[in-house]
Design a binder for this molecule. Structure first.
Ligand SMILES: C[S@@+](CC[C@H](N)C(=O)[O-])C[C@H]1O[C@@H](n2cnc3c(N)ncnc32)[C@H](O)[C@@H]1O
Length: 340
């Protein structure tokens, strides 16, 4: 029931946003649910995103003025923005991944923060979900009691996320969404959600879609409190990940829409660890994940050759950008630590 109702609303929303009177419609019924969130910098067309229209990244610490957006990626996710909550559709594997990533995030946070509210173990924690898409991970984290801010540059994905959350009383007060990138968020409200405001940052299946990982790592560190956690899930850069992640998953089985991934943008756990450590993080664990296309289920595995989850902790205040070159030999990779 809920699902059908939601799908009808999403398709109505899409008819609305794609119509020639889109601008007018958005200030009416269609826009009502999201109007409050769209006050900043959302005048840009989501259909063809232009980096020129974003605020530049005025990092006070002087990291760079780069941004993380690859316009082709944004265009690709724009075309899928109405499909996030179809559990059998293009994002089925992401729905299933919640079985691993939600407990991974919850348990690692509970190692540091004592649960104070029965049934809401993450109550009192503020989490930023970067590249939240339709809110598939944002919502369960909100249901666990955290206050979660989801950001994504694809405006229509944010509409979908907001609309979906608005129908669930358990999550609608816990989650909020903004159509922007992390670097935009960082420059927008220093007092509210700028430096050191979050207990955790989550970027699940996102880093392989970014144009600039160095900027991303810097921004993650900037918005986290010292001691805060960064959770990343992504795809390793191996021959196996090319064969299974692109050839099998995209081209043969079509579990993921064709063209979703660019192998060149994949990153090994070792390189990601090096990047994070040069931005003030200490990597705590790296664990392999395996998707079974027959059962549609994920499981933990000792091998990080295809997918992996990483947990890192921000050591202190903002890093000095570019410390990577000075940081000496790369520490030994953790391998697939046992999931706690
Ligand atoms: C594979 S989806 C993952 C969505 C969500 N994290 C999940 O797991 O359900 C990748 C998401 O990254 C978003 N994305 C692409 N470029 C981005 C950027 N520069 N900053 C933040 N998000 C971005 C896309 O719009 C898309 O929603």
């Amino acid at each position: 029931m809920h699902c059908n109702k939601f799908e009808r609303l999403v398709s109505a929303l899409y008819r609305c946003t794609r119509s020639a009177v889109c601008g007018a419609a958005r200030s009416g019924v269609c826009g009502a649910a999201v109007r409050g969130q769209r006050s900043v910098r959302l005048q840009r067309s989501a259909a063809v995103w232009s980096p020129c229209q974003t605020a530049s990244c005025h990092f006070s610490t002087g990291a760079s003025s780069k941004n993380t957006v690859d316009p082709d990626e944004v265009r690709r996710f724009q075309s899928l923005a109405g499909k996030w909550w179809d559990e059998q559709g293009e994002f089925a594997a992401l729905h299933a991944m919640n079985d691993l990533r939600v407990p991974f995030i919850r348990d690692n946070l509970l190692n540091v923060h004592r649960a104070r509210h029965p049934g809401k173990p993450l109550a009192g924690l503020r989490i930023l979900d970067v590249g939240c898409g339709g809110g598939l991970l944002t919502e369960p984290l909100g249901r666990l009691g955290a206050t979660v801010v989801g950001v994504d540059p694809v405006e229509d994905s944010i509409y979908t996320a907001q609309l979906h959350a608005s129908y669930d009383p358990d999550v609608r007060d816990a989650v909020s969404y903004q159509a922007c990138t992390l670097e935009e968020l960082m420059t927008e409200g220093e007092e509210e959600q700028g430096a050191g405001q979050f207990d955790a940052v989550v970027a699940s299946e996102v880093v392989e879609h970014l144009a600039d990982l160095e900027t991303f790592a810097f921004c993650c560190s900037h918005v986290l409190k010292p001691g805060g956690s960064l959770f990343i899930t992504t795809i390793n850069k191996t021959n196996l990940s090319y064969a299974l992640g692109i050839v099998v998953a995209e081209q043969l089985l079509r579990i993921v829409p064709s063209g979703t991934h660019d192998w060149e943008k994949f990153i090994s756990p070792e390189d990601l660890e090096r990047l994070l450590e040069s931005n003030g993080f200490s990597v705590q664990s790296v664990q392999g994940m395996l998707y079974n296309p027959v059962s549609g289920a994920w499981s933990w595995t000792n091998s990080t050759a295809i997918n992996y989850a990483l947990h890192a902790v921000k050591l202190s205040d903002d890093p000095q950008p570019g410390r990577a070159e000075e940081s000496g030999p790369h520490p030994e990779h953790h391998g697939a630590a046992t999931h706690s």
